[in-house]
Design a protein around this ligand. Structure first.
Ligand code: DX5
Ligand code: ZN
Length: 218
């Protein structure tokens, strides 16, 4: 049995009130807090870095799930570990030595995730599955919140679940997850749903409709 987890993305939070926003998400039952780090180079937007993770860490006990949309990754791994990140996810497209990066993330004491853009085939992560704790299938092109869910990613999610097999590896989806797309990604095999605009537009985790009776345990 896999229990679906919800990881609200603070990309859609009030940037002047991160502490309060994170406490509210925890109170609403967020399983993880998803932190989108963007560098204006790997993706066409800039957000925040390890200092923000360090600043929000004392406000919540929630798992701190950090999604790096940066290149290179390796020079920043230690800083995210020190800041209190629990899971650090790097993109398979972010550099030529992703396997080394994943090893370095684990060596720094964090769980390691590997992310794939919508245009990257599932097979790109096949050689990495024994060295990760999480696979993140992007369901929009990374860079911005509030984009439309790309339906064509659904077969890839199913393929990734099949490839993961009986490994203890989470399959996370990120982008355009709302009450309409959440049941589809869960049916395809996802067990961790990132939701930014759906949570903050709805006013709460529950009202986003990506949790609770809409999904439940599968
Ligand atoms: C997009 C980010 C997402 C983003 C999702 O590049 O990785 O985590 O916050 O936002 P929504 O749920 O609004 O698509
Ligand atoms: Zn993300």
């Amino acid at each position: 049995d896999r229990q679906t987890k919800i990881a609200p993305s603070i990309l859609s939070a009030d940037f002047a009130n991160f502490g309060a926003e994170c406490r509210a998400l925890e109170a609403q039952g967020a399983d993880w807090i998803h932190v989108d780090v963007m560098d204006g180079h790997f993706v066409p937007n800039i957000t925040f870095g390890p200092q923000l993770v360090k600043a929000i860490r004392p406000h919540v006990k929630t798992v701190m799930d950090v999604h790096l949309m940066i290149a290179p990754v390796d020079p920043y791994i230690e800083a995210f570990a020190e800041a209190g990140a629990d899971i650090l996810t790097a993109h398979v497209e972010a550099g030529p030595h992703v396997h080394r990066t994943l090893q370095a993330i684990r060596a720094a004491g964090m769980k390691a995730g590997v992310a794939l853009n919508p245009g990257t085939p599932a097979e790109a992560v096949a050689p990495l599955l024994d060295d990760v704790d999480l696979v993140l299938a992007m369901t929009v092109n990374p860079g911005f919140g509030g984009q439309k869910f790309i339906e064509a990613t659904l077969p890839k999610i199913a393929r990734l679940r099949e490839m993961i097999g009986d490994r203890e590896v989470h399959l996370q989806v990120d982008g355009g997850v709302d009450a309409a797309s959440a049941p589809k990604v869960v049916a395809a095999g996802a067990d961790v749903l990132v939701a930014g605009s759906a949570v903050f537009r709805g006013g709460s985790v529950e009202q986003a409709g990506v949790y609770g009776e809409n999904i439940g345990a599968i």
